[in-house]
Design a protein around this ligand. Structure first.
Ligand SMILES: [Zn+2]
Length: 334
């Protein structure tokens, strides 16, 4: 759902309504709308901020389990790591957050970005140029991705990212191929981080996508379009069981914790294109990069067509408070 300024008139109208039957009906409808908004907001924020809203949730334990981690990139490379997260205050400031009278206490408002010109897409080549990671992301420096049979993940990620960008540019879209360190508060109509998996045995196969929870509703749509086209083009199974906390908490999507992340306005997903360690998957990645690139570009184009720019950037985002920083204790499995 969208979190925007339009909720405030509903809430105000609810308080003052009730003079006639018509008014009462209208008030009831508005109250339902406002209630739906609040429930939706809590549902959305709860995934991310379960620890901050203990009174509103029956079970914080289940929510805690889905708390994204910004200390891990993905399961296969971050197992057992417990590096500290980024500077939250600097990250939120980089996103342009501010408070405004009338907004709920503690919530922050992120003004809609000024963006013009052609549609813009960022394609990140996972693990490319990790040596440039700033102090907040220093744990990424050693995470050069998976490798198998002489192929290294960052190289195949970059190869496919460049092919996707070329297809998009031919369609008149402004496409950036981005390294590990992306510009703070990166604004685009879509952002896709490309990665590949490795299981150490060659057994596992499949692709998967994820996005973080403290964002707009558009990540779901981008993910859906990509999944649809990618599955059809590759014949790969969707590896839902392999989606890790590290994918959902991918650092480049964690705008409220990591400065070098996409803007909360930028629909952002991570795509694990397949297992580099699997013969079939690697055959696609290495021998048929154009097939993968065409599928990824098509998924993005379908999303852009279905999602006009005004739907992405038409109004401010108003988001609930961040949970308190926790000590950097290890989070198993992310
Ligand atoms: Zn990777």
């Amino acid at each position: 759902m969208r979190i925007g300024r339009d909720a405030q008139p509903h809430l105000r109208a609810h308080r003052s309504a009730g003079r006639s039957t018509a008014d009462q009906l209208r008030a009831l409808r508005i109250a339902l709308l406002a209630g739906a908004f609040i429930a939706g907001s809590i549902g959305l924020s709860g995934l991310w901020s379960g620890m901050a809203l203990p009174a509103l949730h029956g079970s914080t334990r289940a929510l805690e389990a889905t708390r994204p981690s910004t200390t891990a990139v993905e399961a296969e490379v971050a197992e057992g790591q417990s590096a500290p997260g980024g500077d939250t205050a600097a990250a939120v400031a980089a996103a342009g957050a501010k408070t405004q009278p009338g907004d709920p206490p503690g919530w922050v408002r992120i003004p809609k970005p000024a963006i013009s010109g052609p549609r813009k897409v960022g394609i990140q080549a996972g693990h490319w140029r990790t040596s440039e990671a700033p102090p907040e992301l220093r744990q990424l420096i050693d995470q050069t991705g998976t490798s198998w049979a002489g192929y290294t993940e960052w190289e195949t990620n970059l190869d496919i990212a460049e092919r996707v960008a070329a297809i998009l540019r031919a369609k008149g879209i402004s496409a950036d191929v981005l390294p590990t360190v992306i510009p703070p508060g990166y604004v685009a109509d879509a952002f896709v981080a490309l990665h590949s998996d490795g299981d150490g045995t060659g057994d596992k196969s499949g692709f998967k996508l994820a996005h973080s929870s403290r964002r707009t509703p558009h990540e779901d749509a981008l993910q859906r379009h990509l999944t649809e086209v990618y599955a059809a083009a590759t014949g790969l199974a969707y590896d839902a069981a392999g989606i890790s906390g590290g994918m959902r908490g991918y650092y480049a999507h964690s705008w409220s914790r990591v400065r070098n992340s996409t803007s909360p306005f930028t629909p952002s997903v991570i795509l694990e294109m397949g297992f580099l360690s699997n013969d079939n998957d690697r055959g696609l990645i290495v021998d048929e990069p154009d097939r993968l690139a065409r599928a990824i570009a098509a998924g993005i184009l379908n999303f852009l067509e279905a999602t006009p720019r005004d739907a992405l950037f038409g109004q401010d985002l108003v988001v609930p408070p961040a949970p308190p920083r926790r000590s950097p204790t290890p989070t198993p499995g992310t």
